[in-house]
Design a protein around this ligand. Structure first.
Ligand SMILES: NC(=O)c1ccc[n+]([C@@H]2O[C@H](COP(=O)([O-])OP(=O)(O)OC[C@H]3O[C@@H](n4cnc5c(N)ncnc54)[C@H](OP(=O)(O)O)[C@@H]3O)[C@@H](O)[C@H]2O)c1
Length: 250
């Protein structure tokens, strides 16, 4: 069975997920939005389904139902995210768990549900939304950075097994935009710049791609001058800690 032209976006109620939903809908693709809250208006969505990626049961039920109702989509973009910024000393267990659950384990649950319930003959491109912070972490966003590093590592590690089941795993990372993180230094890109480029990379064929020249420079530095990359990000994060930066974004 071949895939439909559907695009599922997980974490579609706002931010990058909503912006790329508009891009895909403009291109005539049927977009299925998923997140905990359902938008009041239909917007760019052909359908919208509630899902909580911190629950294996919720992810499994939603993926199984959507596959049965609409068939396998050509593309799934995982944008669900939770970010806490601040001193690690102030973070409780629930916050630490949530950040790992939403940024990392939710993606694993989606991959697992597809591996179990999708017809192996249908090909799906499954895109993990990475971050520069998954390549080189920073103080004040340490657990978020670790969750993104885990996401990138899982995506690379699972590619072989999932590929044989018709699931092509890719990692696309947006540039630094407005994610609530209080960081002074990194160039901030507008959503209007990032969304069309992210949508195009998500629908493309590259297995791994990071958007934004300044973000890519830091990523490349992690190969040829890792100490320098870490020192730049350490300086940016240490400044945020010294200023008492404290953010919650979900
Ligand atoms: N913005 C940036 O500067 C930036 C930079 C690098 C990487 N990124 C990455 O890009 C992606 C999108 O970022 P963003 O800033 O656009 O995020 P955002 O505006 O904070 O949106 C996060 C989305 O995740 C959904 N979500 C949160 N918890 C969920 C849960 N338990 N189950 C299902 N959905 C959940 C939210 O919807 P509900 O609350 O309705 O569930 C929302 O739609 C993330 O992966 C982020 O790490 C962003």
């Amino acid at each position: 069975m071949s895939s439909t032209t559907d695009v599922w976006i997980i974490g579609a109620s706002k931010g990058l997920g909503l912006a790329i939903a508009e891009e895909f809908a403009r291109d005539g693709r049927p977009v299925i939005g998923l997140s905990r809250s359902t938008p009041a208006e239909q917007g760019p969505f052909a359908a919208f389904r509630p899902v909580d990626v911190t629950s294996g049961e919720s992810v499994e039920r939603t993926v199984r139902t959507l596959l049965a109702e609409r068939g396998a989509p050509a593309l799934i973009v995982y944008c669900a995210s939770q970010l806490y910024q601040g001193s690690i000393a102030t973070r409780d267990d629930a916050e630490l768990d949530r950040e790992l659950e939403v940024n990392y384990l939710g993606f694993v649950r989606v991959a697992r549900a597809l591996a179990v319930f999708k017809d192996p003959a249908a090909r799906v491109r499954l895109v993990a939304t990475g971050s520069t912070l998954g390549y080189v972490g920073t103080p004040s966003l340490d657990n978020y950075s670790a969750a993104k590093a885990a996401l990138i590592s899982f995506a690379r590690s699972s590619r072989h097994e999932l590929g044989a089941l018709g699931i092509d795993v890719a990692i696309v990372s947006p540039p630094h935009m407005d994610n609530g993180a209080d960081l002074v230094g990194p160039k901030r890109y507008a959503m209007s710049w990032a969304a069309p480029r992210f949508a195009s990379a998500a629908a493309g064929e590259r297995a791994e791609y990071l958007l934004g020249a300044s973000n890519r420079s830091i990523q490349q530095m992690t190969h040829w001058a890792p100490g320098l990359a870490q020192s730049i990000m350490r300086g940016i994060g240490a400044d945020a800690l010294a200023r008492g930066a404290s953010t919650v974004r979900a």
